[in-house]
Write a protein that binds this ligand. Sequence first.
Ligand code: NAD
Length: 368
Amino acid sequence: MSHKLFLLPGDGIGPEIMNEVKLIIDWMNSNVDVTFECDEGLVGGCAYDAHGVAISEEDMAKAITSDAVIFGAVGGPKWADVAYEARPEAGLLRLRKDLGLFANLRPALCYPALAESSALKRELVEGLDILIVRELTGGVYFGEPKEIVTLENGEQRAVDTQIYTTSEIKRIARVAFELAKTRSNRVASAEKHNVMRSGVLWKQVVSKIAAEEYPGTPLEHVLADNCAMQLVRNPKQYDVIVCDNLFGDILSDVAAMLTGSLGMLPSASLGAPDVVTGKRKAMYEPVHGSAPDIAGKGAANPIAMIASFSMALRYSFEMIKEAEMVDTAIANVLEKGLRTGDIAKAGDTVVSTKEMGAAVIAELNALK
Ligand code: NAD
């Protein structure tokens, strides 16, 4: 079996961390009965330098026909004054929009070896494994009207519009319930049904999907503000949390910080299943940006990028065993004390991006 990957390393540390993923892909091609065919393109500032746009039409076409896009990071001070529509982030937004990536999956996993890096006490976060499923293409970030108008009395008024339709809520709810079945099988829906009409509809639709399609999966509704509090008070009570675009943005950042460093956090963005093949369009990327402050120094932590590829194995290719091997390899490397600068404590020996990548490969060899 062969899968087509489209690699978009991007800017800053993007190419450095992508190099380590390429080694993992090579390892898979040599050790597993599946072949990954890779093509590579430009996105962000480097695409602007080459083509004057944040992603070329040719690379968009390759992204659309690939089985999964593996994305590094974009942006940096070099492109601060580029026209708004050509700014590096426009490439990322275009990919999300044209691939129809409406479901953003952000796991918050606390490796026992890193429990000390969390802002919370070890016992609250050790072994934490939650998944935030955020609606990514609707809600208040996109709803119209979206404007700042000047009133007759000279005051200004800003408007953002929160809009959700039944079908938008149904499809994200189904993603959450399907994923819960592969995990601890619990879903919490975070919304504000007490003060927002969109929250009332969200609650009704998610409850109906649960009752009619997933009767075996316990569903809890939690007010989004209470959810933020509970994530800090007792995060391990959750398995899958499903929420709209705005609440998902905030809650996933809260959950992320429970686990320590930005350099450890992967993400996946999924589209609707194809009506013929059942395959979803998908893009996998670390949560962090292009880290211009450390770019080119070999200091970036490649784990978020490698863990994003592990999510591709799990969610695009159903290679669960291999995904678990990569996740175990990462945990073992951390257990052995290897630390890049972002996760090192005083007195730790700091390793480079390449050394961290090589250590993950060595663990994969030991596990096979
Ligand atoms: P950032 O995530 O790039 O960096 C924040 C801090 O975390 C920096 O100190 C950086 O060195 C550190 N860091 C991030 N990733 C790391 C890693 N893998 N290993 C070690 N340390 C790491 O955020 P920022 O500094 O606010 O933004 C820098 C640029 O990235 C900006 O141009 C911004 O627009 C862009 N950005 C892009 C994305 C994306 O491509 N998805 C996301 C966020 C920011």
